[in-house]
Design a protein. Structure first.
Lengths: 486, 482
C-alpha cells in the first residue's frame, strides 16, 4: 500500500482595519469632514501643517473610539497617549502622523463572528485613534507616482479622524476573514461609529497572512494590502494563501514581504520592500496632553450604546424562536433586522416571516443588487402576503410569483392576486381538476391506490400544472389520497 | 520720550500727552538711526507701525480711551518665530525666506487688530543657538559692543530693546533664548511658566519647552507685557486653564520676608568669576533689603544640559519635518519627490539646524530611544523633583543667567559644544517648566551681567516682585545703546 505524506494547510489570518469615524469635523482641527468636494476646500493652517499651528483633539472622535471599543468588548484605557509617527510623504503635511503607539485608547477585546452555521471568536489586540493622510493624485498615464509627470495633493481628507483596529491572528480562512470584516462593519454601524462602507473607503482592511507549520508553529507571515471590498478581502486572501501554498509545496520558503492585491487580475503583487522599510521614530506627541478619561464618563458612554448585533441575535433566537443561523442572517444587517421585526410584529408566525425574508426577499435583493433599505416592498406588504398564504387564498408557489411582482412595483399583494387571478382554486373546482388528472392517469392512480406512495408526487405535479400553480400542494395531496381511498 | 519705559510711555499716551503715532515715529526713527549697526531685524515694518498706531489713536478718542489697554499703544518688536498674518515670517531660515503666514500667533491676539509692530526680529535659525549667528540672514550685533554677540536665539529682540528699536519685544525661550540674550544686552527677559502663554503660532522648536516671553527695559514692563500675552487658548492643548492674575498688583511689595536660595551648582567654576561676583552682590543686597537668603541645591542640574540636548533636538527633528518644499517655503526642484526633499532641506537649512535634526533623529531611532530619549526624560523628572524640594524651602531661587558676558562675534561658532554651555544656567528651569527671569545685575568689564530668578509654576506675581526688588538693588540703569 502506498503511503503519501499529506500536509494539511491551516491558514492564520490577522486583520488590521482603518475606519473613518462619523464626526462632523477633523481629528485635530475644526475643518469639516466631507468627501467628494472640490480639492483643498476643507483646509486650515492646522491640517495643512503650517508653521506654528497646533492640534486640538476632537472630543467626538474620542467618544466614538470608546463606543467602538466598548462594542468590541475592549478595556478602555483611563489614560492613553498620542504619539508622533515620523515619515516623509507629500500626503503627510507635518512630516509625522499623530497616532497612538504604546498607550492606545482600547485593548484586549473580541467579536463573535457568524461564519456559515458556526460562530468564531476573533480577539481584538488593540484599537487606537489617529489622523488620516491627505490624498495624492498622480498626473500622468499610470496613475502611480512612479513615472507620472507630476503629483497633486488634496488635503480635504488630511486630518480626518481614523480608528485603527487590529485583530489577533484568530481567523482560519478567507471566508471567515470576510465574515469578520462584515460583522465588524455591522457593529460599527450599530453603535453609530462609522458607516464603514468599504466601497467609499470608510473601512479599509489589511491582513497578515501565514500558513501554520506542520509542528503547529506560525509560518512566516506576509502583509496584504488594498483589499477594498468585502469580496476582495476574501479573494485577495485566497490568492495569497494559494501563492504561499504553492511556494511551500515546491519546497520553498515564504519570505516576509508586503503585497498588493490586484482585483483586475485576481493576483497579489509584491511591493518594493524599500517602500516599507521605515523607522517611524515614535515618541509622545508633545503638543497634546495624555488623554485621560473618567470612570463616570466611560460608564455614560457604555449606557448610551444601543443593542449590539450579538445581543440582538441572542434575543431573536429567544423571542422569535429562530434558529441561530436565521437570527444571525437577520441581525447581520441592522436594516434587515429592523425590517424583520416590523414584519414579525404583525399577525404572522415569526418563523414563517424569517423564512420569507431570509430566503425569498434576500434572494430578490441580491439579484437586483439592492440593499434592504432600497426595497420597494414594505414590511406591511410582506405581512399581507403571508396572511394570504395562511388563509389559503393563494398557494406558496403563487405567493412567490406575487412577491416577484410586488418586489418591483411595491403594490399590495391582494391587488396583484385579484388582477392576475392567482387566487387558489376553491374546493369544488380543485376537486374537479383532481378527478380529471386521476382519470387521465389511471395507471399511476392505480399504483397509489395499491399503496405505492412514490408516484403520488407525479400526480400532484400534474394537478399543479393544470392549475398553473394555483393550488396548495398539501391540499392537492390530501384530495388525491381521499379520492383514492388510501 | 526715548528714555521712558514702555509702562511710562503707555501712561503718557493714555493721558494724551503723546500719541501712539508719535511713539511709533520715534521707534521708526531709532530703527533708521541704528539698524545699520545693530542688525536687529529680518524685516522692518515702519508703515504698518504708523498705520496701526494711527488706528489706536483713533480708538483712544472714544469714551474711557475707547477701551484701549495700556500695552496696545506701545511700539513692539516681534521675534521672527511668531506667526504674523500678512507679514513674512522667516524663523531666521532660508527655507521660509518668502513665507507669509495666514494667521496671527494667539499670544498677539490681546493686541487686537492693531499691534503696533516695528518689525520682525532676527534670531538663530528656528531658535537654535545662543548668539544669533545662526541666522540665515546676518548676525545681530550687541548694542553694548558692536563686535560682540547679543546672545540668542532671541538676539534680535534683545538688541532691539537695548537699542530702542521698539520699546519692548517678544522673544521665545526653549532653553534660555529669552533670558540669555536679555542678560547679554542689559535688559529684562522673562520666561513664563510653560503653558502660561499660548504656543499657537509660535513656530515650534522644542514643543515641550517653548515659551513666549517679554523682553523689556525693566521688570514693570515685563509684567505689563506678560499681562498682554498670558492666558488660556483653546487652540493650544498645552496652554493652562489657570486664571491670569494682575501682574502689576504685587510688583512693588519688596522682598522683605521672602526666602531666596542661591543655587550652589550654578555658582561653580564654569561661571566666569566676574559674573559670580555680581550675582553674589545682588544676593547680599537683597538680604540687606530684608530677604532671607541661603544656599539652595539642585543636585541634578549638572545633567540638565545633556538631557536638554537630547529632548530639544528630538522634538525639533520632528517639528522641522514639515519644511519639505511641498506646500510652502523654499522648494528646490529635482527629479522625484525624495530628491526634492533632500535638495530643499539641504539648501534651506543651515548647519546648526541640520546638526540638531541629525542628533534628534538619532536619539529617537529604533534601538537608541531608551538609551537617549527615555533616559533624558528620566533626568527631566529628577530635575523637576530637585526644584520641588528647593522651592519647598525657598520662595525664589537665584543664579547667574549666563556663564559669561557677551562674547565676540565668531569666537564660538566653530565649537558647538562651547556654544551649548551658554545654556547651563537657563536650561534647568526650562526642563522643569517653571518661570524664570533675568534682570541686569551690574557690569563686568563694562558689559551687562544677568541675574536669574526662578520660582514655582504659575507664581509669576511673586517672581516679578522679587525681580523688581533685584533690579532696584542692582547697580544698573537702563540707557539706550549704542
Ligand atoms: Zn483643518
Amino acid at each position: 500500500m502506498e503511503v503519501t505524506e499529506q500536509r494539511t494547510y491551516t491558514a492564520v489570518i490577522g486583520l488590521e482595519f482603518h475606519v473613518h469615524l462619523a464626526t462632523r469635523t477633523k481629528m485635530f482641527c475644526g475643518c469639516r469632514v466631507a468627501y467628494g468636494d472640490p480639492p483643498n476646500t476643507h483646509t486650515c493652517p492646522v491640517c495643512l501643517g503650517h508653521p506654528g499651528a497646533l492640534p486640538v483633539t476632537n472630543e467626538k472622535a474620542i467618544e466614538l473610539g470608546v463606543r467602538a471599543g466598548l462594542a468590541l468588548n475592549c478595556d478602555v484605557a483611563r489614560r492613553s497617549v498620542f504619539a508622533r509617527k515620523n515619515y516623509f510623504y507629500p500626503d503627510l503635511p507635518k512630516g509625522y502622523q499623530i497616532s497612538q503607539y504604546d498607550a492606545p485608547i482600547c485593548t484586549g477585546g473580541h467579536l463573535d463572528v457568524p461564519v456559515g452555521e458556526e460562530t468564531i471568536r476573533v480577539g481584538i489586540t488593540r484599537l487606537h485613534l489617529e489622523e488620516d493622510a491627505a490624498k495624492n493624485v498622480h498626473v500622468g498615464t499610470s496613475g502611480r507616482m512612479h513615472g507620472s509627470v507630476g503629483s497633486l495633493v488634496d488635503f480635504n481628507r488630511g486630518g480626518t479622524p481614523l480608528m485603527e483596529i487590529v485583530t489577533e491572528p484568530d481567523i482560519p480562512s478567507p471566508e471567515a476573514a470576510r465574515a469578520t470584516a462584515n460583522h465588524l462593519k455591522e457593529i460599527l454601524r450599530a453603535v453609530g461609529v462609522s458607516e464603514a462602507d468599504m466601497e467609499k473607503g470608510q473601512l479599509r482592511c489589511d491582513a497578515n497572512v501565514s500558513i501554520r507549520n506542520p509542528d503547529g508553529s506560525f509560518g512566516t507571515k506576509t502583509e496584504l494590502k488594498n483589499m477594498n471590498s468585502f469580496r476582495f478581502v476574501e479573494r485577495g486572501l485566497a490568492a495569497e494563501l494559494a501563492r504561499q501554498r504553492e511556494i511551500l509545496e515546491g519546497g520553498g520558503r515564504v519570505t516576509q514581504t508586503t503585497l498588493h492585491y490586484d482585483p483586475e487580475t485576481d493576483e497579489v503583487h509584491e511591493l518594493r520592500s524599500k517602500e516599507y522599510a521605515h523607522d517611524y521614530r515614535y515618541f509622545p506627541e508633545p503638543d497634546l496632553l495624555p488623554l485621560e478619561l473618567t470612570d463616570a464618563w466611560v460608564r455614560e458612554v457604555r449606557g448610551s450604546l444601543p443593542e449590539l448585533p450579538d445581543q440582538m441575535r441572542a434575543r431573536f433566537v429567544e423571542q422569535y424562536s429562530l434558529s441561530p443561523y436565521d437570527a444571525g442572517v437577520l441581525t447581520s444587517d441592522r436594516d434587515l433586522a429592523a425590517y424583520y421585526e416590523a414584519v414579525a410584529a404583525g399577525p404572522v408566525d415569526p418563523k414563517q416571516a424569517a423564512n420569507w425574508i431570509t430566503v425569498e426577499l434576500r434572494a430578490r435583493l441580491n439579484e437586483a443588487g439592492m440593499e434592504i433599505s432600497e426595497a420597494r416592498v414594505s414590511p406591511e406588504r410582506i405581512i399581507e402576503l403571508i396572511g394570504l398564504v395562511d388563509d389559503g387564498t393563494i398557494s406558496r408557489a403563487a405567493a412567490k410569483d406575487v412577491l416577484d411582482r410586488i418586489f418591483t412595483s411595491g403594490e399590495s399583494p391582494s391587488a396583484v392576486v385579484e388582477r392576475e387571478g392567482l387566487a387558489a382554486m376553491g374546493g369544488d373546482e380543485l376537486s374537479g381538476v383532481v378527478d380529471e388528472v386521476l382519470a387521465a392517469n389511471p395507471e399511476e392512480a392505480g399504483r397509489v391506490r395499491d399503496g405505492d406512495q412514490k408516484v403520488i408526487g407525479f400526480l400532484i405535479g400534474q394537478v399543479m400544472k393544470a392549475t398553473r400553480g394555483g393550488a396548495d400542494g398539501g391540499r392537492v395531496r390530501g384530495l388525491i389520497l381521499e379520492k383514492l381511498g388510501s | 520720550m526715548q528714555n521712558l519705559t514702555a509702562y511710562e510711555l503707555a501712561q503718557r499716551i493714555a493721558a494724551r500727552e503723546v500719541s501712539a503715532r508719535e511713539a511709533a515715529e520715534v521707534a521708526n526713527a531709532r530703527v533708521e538711526e541704528v539698524e545699520e549697526d545693530v542688525n536687529a531685524f529680518v524685516t522692518t515694518t515702519p508703515e504698518l507701525a504708523l498705520e496701526r498706531a494711527g488706528r489706536v489713536d483713533g480708538r483712544l478718542q472714544g469714551g474711557e480711551n475707547g477701551g484701549v489697554r495700556l500695552w496696545e499703544t506701545v511700539p513692539t518688536t516681534v521675534k521672527d518665530v511668531l506667526s504674523t498674518r500678512g507679514v513674512r515670517t522667516t524663523c531666521g531660515s532660508r527655507i521660509l525666506e518668502d513665507f507669509t503666514p495666514l494667521y496671527d500667533a494667539s499670544a498677539l491676539l490681546n493686541f487686537g487688530e492693531d499691534l503696533v509692530m516695528v518689525g520682525k526680529a532676527n534670531m538663530d535659525e528656528f531658535a537654535m543657538g545662543s548668539s544669533t549667528e545662526n541666522s540665515a540672514y546676518r548676525p545681530t550685533r550687541n548694542p553694548w559692543g558692536l563686535g560682540r554677540v547679543p546672545g540668542g536665539s532671541s538676539g534680535g529682540s534683545a538688541a532691539a530693546v537695548a537699542a530702542g528699536e521698539g520699546w519692548w519685544a517678544l522673544g521665545t525661550d526653549t532653553g534660555g533664548s529669552v533670558r540669555q540674550p536679555a542678560a547679554l544686552c542689559g535688559i529684562v527677559g522673562l520666561k513664563p511658566t510653560y503653558g502660561r502663554v499660548s504656543r499657537h503660532g509660535l513656530i515650534a522648536f522644542g514643543s515641550s519647552l517653548d515659551v513666549i516671553g517679554p523682553m523689556t527695559r525693566d521688570v514693570r514692563d515685563a509684567a505689563l507685557l506678560l499681562q498682554a500675552i498670558a492666558g488660556h487658548d483653546p487652540h493650544d492643548s498645552t496652554s493652562a486653564n489657570v486664571e491670569v492674575p494682575d501682574y502689576l498688583a504685587e510688583l512693588e511689595n519688596g522682598v522683605e520676608g521672602l526666602r531666596i536660595g542661591l543655587v550652589t551648582e550654578l555658582m561653580d567654576e564654569r561661571i566666569d568669576a566676574g559674573v559670580r561676583e555680581i550675582v553674589a552682590d545682588v544676593a547680599n543686597s537683597l538680604e540687606a533689603a530684608g530677604a532671607e537668603v541661603g544656599e539652595a541645591s539642585l543636585p541634578h542640574a549638572y545633567y540638565a544640559l545633556e538631557a536638554y540636548y537630547i529632548i530639544a533636538p528630538a522634538e525639533v527633528s520632528s517639528n522641522l519635518a514639515r519644511f519639505d518644499g511641498v506646500r510652502y517655503g523654499l522648494r528646490v526642484s529635482a527629479d522625484g519627490v525624495h530628491e526634492m526633499y533632500r535638495k530643499t532641506r539641504e539648501e534651506g537649512f543651515g548647519d546648526e539646524a541640520k546638526r540638531r535634526i541629525m542628533l534628534g533623529t538619532y536619539a529617537l531611532s529604533a534601538g537608541y530611544y531608551d538609551a537617549y530619549y527615555a533616559q533624558a526624560q528620566k533626568v527631566r523628572t529628577k530635575i523637576i523633583e530637585d526644584f520641588r524640594a528647593a522651592l519647598h524651602r525657598y520662595d525664589v531661587l537665584l543664579s547667574p543667567t549666563s556663564p559669561s558676558v557677551a562674547f565676540e562675534l565668531g569666537s564660538k561658532t566653530g565649537d558647538p559644544l562651547a556654544m551649548y554651555l551658554q545654556d547651563i544656567c537657563a536650561v534647568p528651569a526650562s526642563l522643569a517648566g517653571i518661570p524664570a527671569i533675568s534682570v541686569p545685575g551690574g557690569l563686568s568689564d563694562g558689559l551687562p551681567v544677568g541675574v536669574q530668578l526662578m520660582s514655582d509654576h504659575f507664581t509669576e506675581p511673586l517672581l516679578l516682585r522679587a525681580a523688581r526688588a533685584a533690579e532696584q538693588v542692582a547697580d544698573f540703569e537702563f540707557t539706550l545703546k549704542p
